[in-house]
Design a protein. Structure first.
Length: 113
């Protein structure tokens, strides 16, 4: 059974940092591009960042230079390091496996001004 389990969300102040983790089943992690999406209330879900199984990364313009996506193959885990957080980063963040596709359950990130 494929599972994506997110962790690491919470409350941060503007300018602060948080790191999200997405632990994936090995069967998916080894073959799939993994992405982080986010969805704020009343808005569409948007792709924040993605990383291929070869390590190629892609970022939304709104987070480029502030967020970093990475993967630890030994742990079947993808990380999203979020720095210089802004109130507009407040959303539920979802891990997504493009092969499947599969979604995680989401983790709330709230940034206070």
């Amino acid at each position: 059974q494929v599972q994506l389990v997110e962790s690491g969300g919470g409350l941060a102040q503007a300018g602060g940092s948080l790191r999200l983790s997405c632990a994936a089943s090995r069967s998916i992690f080894s073959i799939s591009t993994i992405g982080w999406f986010r969805q704020a209330p009343g808005k569409q879900r948007e792709l924040v960042a993605s990383i291929t199984n070869g390590g190629t990364t892609n970022y939304a313009g709104s987070v480029k230079g502030r967020f970093t996506i990475s993967r630890d193959n030994a742990k079947n885990t993808v990380y999203l390091q979020m720095n210089s957080l802004k109130p507009e980063d407040t959303s539920v963040y979802y891990c997504y496996a493009f092969t499947g596709p599969y979604w995680g359950q989401g983790t709330q990130v709230t940034v206070s001004s």
